[in-house]
Design a protein around this ligand. Structure first.
Ligand SMILES: [Zn+2]
Length: 362
């Protein structure tokens, strides 16, 4: 019989690799594994690979009761139905009932969340915003993801699609975004946005060291060129920082957070990006929003999705152990007190019965 601390198995599904870990409620990572996702593979193949990796990680913690599987997946997705509608970097993924399929293959209750939302939860609980009740999280990478913790709860919205700050409009006639609209924050400040803007500038006659990179040009090249003094690269990063500052300013005015946590590969460019961002916030945001405000780099790096997925499972279990209790801060914001975060398939009652069985374990 399992006698150790309760464990959540967490999965972080990325475009190039998926990662699996056994994680305690603290949260502490006990064991982990990573495998290539096979972005061009059929979802069914990927899900089978994930289920096998989950079994492998479970086998490493034989004495611990496994209370559920938490999955951080790229959005948009519906956390209630457990369906991934569309996954950036996974072109074969359309309307995939991921939670249902993983449950069928692992026998575990499955909770699904957007990877940026779950990273926000992790940063609020055990990362750069540890203990914050009001947190804004941005991940500036190939795209821009975000998550908001409001009064200690993750903000999800009616369909779980809230918190897409990358697609807030900063300019009516700005650059075209991957979403089809113009002037999104992501079109200015993401890695993809930086590359697109560099290409457009060079196509219109700007000279730059970036021209030598041709089709392989990426955000890292722009960072390197900026450090080498390339005028276009410096200008683009400065503009990206200014756009991020405008985005953060908008979010301060909407959410009045204690802390803004910024992660992702592009954010690691550092002061050439951060300085213009902070200048905009300091000069433009109303003073009440800047009182005691911290704007800090993410602390959990690549583990934020895994930790958030595990926290989702542990916190949902804690809620269900004390029905009606106001003591434990639940992870998910909701309009009414009544329904807890629903397990991600139609067999909710069966699963709740399973959870009660799990909860009854010492
Ligand atoms: Zn957009």
């Amino acid at each position: 019989m399992a006698t150790g601390d309760p464990i959540a198995i967490a999965v972080d599904l990325g475009g190039t690799q998926f990662r699996v870990a056994a994680i305690t409620s603290e949260p502490r990572i006990l064991h982990r594994a990573a495998e290539p996702t096979g972005a061009e593979a059929a979802p069914d193949v990927v899900i089978t690979d994930i289920a096998r990796a989950v079994a492998g990680v479970r086998a490493r913690v034989p004495s611990s009761p496994v209370i559920g599987l938490g999955v951080a997946a790229p959005g948009p997705l519906d956390h209630l139905s457990g369906v991934v509608f569309h996954a950036p970097n996974l072109p074969m993924w359309r309307d995939v009932p991921l939670a249902h399929e993983l449950r069928a293959r692992t026998g575990l209750p499955v909770l699904l969340g957007n990877d940026a939302n779950l990273a926000a939860l992790a940063e609020a609980r055990c990362g750069a915003g540890r203990g914050a009740e009001h947190l804004v999280y941005l991940t500036v990478s190939t795209g821009i993801g975000s998550g908001f913790v409001v009064h200690g709860h993750l903000l999800l919205g009616k369909h779980g699609a809230a918190a897409e700050a990358g697609h807030m409009t900063l300019s009516l006639d700005g650059p075209l975004c991957g979403c089809g609209n113009r002037g999104c924050l992501e079109a200015y400040a993401s890695g993809t946005g930086l590359v697109n803007r560099a290409r457009e500038a060079m196509a219109s006659g700007r000279t730059s060291a970036l021209a030598g990179r041709g089709a392989d040009l990426d955000a890292r090249d722009i960072e390197t060129a900026a450090l080498g003094g390339d005028g276009l690269a410096r200008e683009l990063i400065e503009q990206a920082g200014t756009a991020l500052g405008l985005g953060v300013r908008n979010l301060l005015h909407l959410f009045n957070p204690e802390v803004v946590v910024i992660g992702g590969g592009v954010a690691r460019i550092g002061s050439p990006l951060w300085d213009p961002m902070l200048r905009v916030v300091e000069s433009d945001a109303l003073s009440v929003y800047r009182q005691d405000l911290r704007i800090v780099p993410a602390a959990l790096a690549d583990d934020s999705g895994l930790l958030g997925a595990a926290l989702l499972v542990h916190e949902t279990r804690s809620e269900s152990r004390v029905p009606g209790s106001e003591v434990r801060v639940p992870s998910i914001a909701r309009a009414s007190r009544a329904p807890k975060l629903r397990a991600a398939d139609s067999e909710l009652e069966t699963r709740n019965a399973e959870r009660e069985t799990l909860n009854a374990q010492p």
